[in-house]
Design a protein around this ligand. Structure first.
Ligand SMILES: [Zn+2]
Length: 402
């Protein structure tokens, strides 16, 4: 809790207006035209910097990154992308890596330094690691209270039916402190769509938690699984509480089928997470949004066993989304920015998000004229505020030696 009233002056908002805004107890209490704000507390001059809400990192893996650890050269799969093989490579790398808490802190510092104030991280919970990874990341989450809000997904990286004991572990993970239940390729990994979804939605229903499922399956198989997930969502009245991460199949089906699936997603309140990776087909952002689907994003893998890319910067992720989507006009660039901010907040069901009176004072200053310029220019030299308190400056956590 920040008990000192603070007035931030000369903040340029996304609509071009320049404002003063006051913070009390970590919340925005007033927004007035620049020059008309007053305070008995502290005043912080923002000098006309563009002020935007904190970025929403909607999909990351805090347990498996090697950022800040030794460089791990990427190993390609032997015969095309294969989730089983990648999981095996990951286990080999993890066995010789720095401690998980050290690596998770490295990654959190990186993300917060760039302006992320809210995050959803998947954490492995399955027969291979049990609850060990979750226990570690829960401890790290506690340390970072006041710097970033973190949702944790109990993620069955080795499958649910294919990994003995995992259904019970997912139940226990929620009891331990995970916020959501995850899933992984019900068809191609577990080879039993109904059986896999029975467990995932069973856990969600028993514990009243949201769902976020990894789905790499392509084409009509992936689209079919999405239809099954949407049907389960509606059956349990979970509209607005379910997400499908990656959903590559949506970038790989006919326009007519896409339209049908998009309508189903919108009607079922199932959000889609895409990070627009590499040379893969990925969900068409505009078509989905135009149909009423919430599309959000995340960095996903950062220097891990899946790929070497990623820098923890959601603004650069917006650039990637726009670049790969062929976005050029200002309105489209604003869409890319919305995906990493407002839409992310909607998908994660964040309370008190945005630059408005009553919201949490989570914001970032950018050296840019406006949002479209920020998306293409990815300006550095940002200041990051969490509930009105400066937590990072120029990419470094305030008060922390690196
Ligand atoms: Zn992932």
């Amino acid at each position: 809790m920040n008990l000192i009233d603070t007035l931030f002056t000369n903040a340029k908002f996304a609509d071009g207006s320049v404002n003063d805004f006051a913070i009390s107890n970590g919340r925005i209490t007033s927004i007035v035209p620049a020059g008309s704000g007053s305070t008995s507390g502290v005043a912080v001059e923002l000098g006309g910097a563009l002020v935007v809400p904190g970025f929403v990192e909607g999909h990351i893996h805090l347990d498996t990154s090697f950022y800040g650890d030794a460089w791990r050269p990427h190993k390609p799969c032997t015969n095309g992308f294969d989730v089983h093989e990648r999981v095996a490579f990951q286990a080999q790398n993890m066995a010789v890596s720095a401690p998980m808490d050290v690596r998770a802190r490295n990654q959190l510092d990186l993300c917060i330094g760039h302006g992320t104030t809210q995050m959803r991280s998947h954490v492995m919970v399955d027969g291979s690691v049990g609850l060990k990874s979750l226990e570690t990341i829960l401890r790290v989450r506690e340390e970072y209270k006041g710097l970033i809000d973190i949702q944790l997904v109990a993620f069955p990286q080795s499958g649910i039916l294919a990994s003995p004991g995992t259904p019970q572990l997912l139940d226990e993970a929620i009891g331990l402190g995970a916020d959501l239940v995850g899933g992984l390729d019900p068809a191609s990994f577990d080879r039993d769509v109904e059986g896999h979804l029975d467990v995932v939605f069973g856990v969600a229903n028993r514990h009243d938690v949201d769902v976020d499922i990894h789905l790499h399956d392509m084409g009509t198989l992936g689209a079919f699984e999405i239809e099954q997930i949407a049907a389960r969502t509606r059956a349990l009245g979970m509209e607005g509480r379910v997400a499908v991460s990656h959903a590559y199949g949506l970038g790989d089906i006919s326009p007519d089928y896409l339209k049908k699936i998009a309508d189903v997603l919108a009607r079922s309140g199932v959000a889609i997470m895409t990070n627009a990776p590499g040379a893969r087909p990925f969900p068409p952002i505009l078509a989905l949004r135009n149909a009423g689907v919430t599309v959000f994003s995340g960095n996903d893998n950062i220097r891990d066993s899946w790929w070497p890319y990623g820098d923890g910067d959601m603004l650069r992720r917006a650039t990637t989304l726009g670049y790969r989507s062929g976005f050029n006009i200002d309105e489209e660039l604003r869409v890319a920015f919305d995906v990493v901010t407002v839409s992310g907040a909607k998908a994660l069901r964040l309370e008190g998000y945005g630059l408005r009176v009553g919201a949490k004072a989570d914001f970032v200053t950018l050296n840019a004229e406006h949002i479209p310029e920020a998306v293409v220019g990815v300006p550095q030299g940002r200041s990051v505020y969490k509930e009105g308190k400066l937590v990072a400056c120029d990419g470094k956590i305030v008060g922390k030696r690196r």
